[in-house]
Ligand binder design. Sequence first.
Ligand code: ASP
Ligand code: MG
Length: 417
Amino acid sequence: MRIFKFGGASVKDASGVKNVFDVLQKVGYEDVLLIVSAMGKTTNALEVVIKNYFDKSPDLNASIQEVKKYHYQILLDLFEDEDHEVFLDVDSHFADFEYFVRSNKSPNYNFVYDQIVSYGEIISTTILSHYMNFRGISSQWLDVRNYIKTDNTYRDANVDWDITQKNISKISKKKSLFVTQGFVGSDENGFTTTLGREGSDYTGAIFAYCLNAESVTIWKDVPGVMNADPRYFENATLLNQISYREAIELAFYGASVIHPKTLQPLQRKEIPLYVKSFVNPLLPGTSVSKGEDLEPKLPCFIVKKNQLLLSLSSIDFSFIMEENISEIFALLHQHKLKVSLIQNSAISFSVCVEDKFGTFKELVKILSKKFKVSYNENVSLYTVRHFDEKAMKTVEKSKTVLLRQMSRETLQVVTKE
Ligand code: ASP
Ligand code: MG
């Protein structure tokens, strides 16, 4: 089986959905599992709904209507005939969604978040699956919550691999096209969970692993994995082939083309990953596979914006030793702050983190009891793999460098623009 993942940008409007059909026509759809994300910026729009819900904002209903309007417009563009059964299916998902918003009693933000935000994927896949049938590619819609089982860490759920493997093995291997949701899973009580923002790639890897798939293809609006984000760097170049190891490093440092959790399961079973253009589906794109990187190593640039640089020093000039460091890390972990750079000296210790879950200020409060704490907000972290002199100049040009770190392969620079 081949696993195809289409992200939000690839299905942001009716022509995007039509293009998925065209891609399938060109590359084949027998024995394919399609993993689809929420359409366009739907996840962000649903985050607004969630915020309005918790703020008891008068805009709550308007924000829900906006999400509905966007999807119904796509439906009208795709099907024209309002009597098509897809309308009933989508109506019923929206009815469930609105019922949840009306009747929920749980004050647990992360729980509510997952119950609501998952409708983006439920609805996008419903539309996709109907549209493929409508155009003559017969497809089967799967509710991913019957397959991917997780713990109840809402918004960042951990997969229970044993149960998931059992469930996925039950998918009948008939030569068909399956369509299912990225990003979503469910816990042992059947409540919806999510795997973390941009987690649909990871869903692809989970299915690939459990099905011993032939390959995974992530269809993108770029030609493949580039050595730099073309939004921030001129002359970005396509990488034709990279090793799992290199891809893991790039994803870890924040290259946004591949979700970092995606590569480990694929590497374990040596399942190749292709990153290809949904505009030119017959071009080879990038292949991520076993073995050495075949090409000369181009410097690869990765930017993470909106980071925090947190610096701690001891109040009495005592050394920051192993026990302090392990305590600091335990606190970072508890606050779900992912560290992307560490630097320490005898009496001070700095980390670059991203405040994904809004827990940073609380952590600072706790740390201030023991350390002198200072931090810079809104800094950028530039990482250059396989850097050279020229690459270094490029990233540091007209920026204030707050911190620089080099290893043999990797240069990291924290800057204030
Ligand atoms: N729709 C989810 C998000 O935007 C998952 C994904 O796109 O991978 O984060
Ligand atoms: Mg998305």
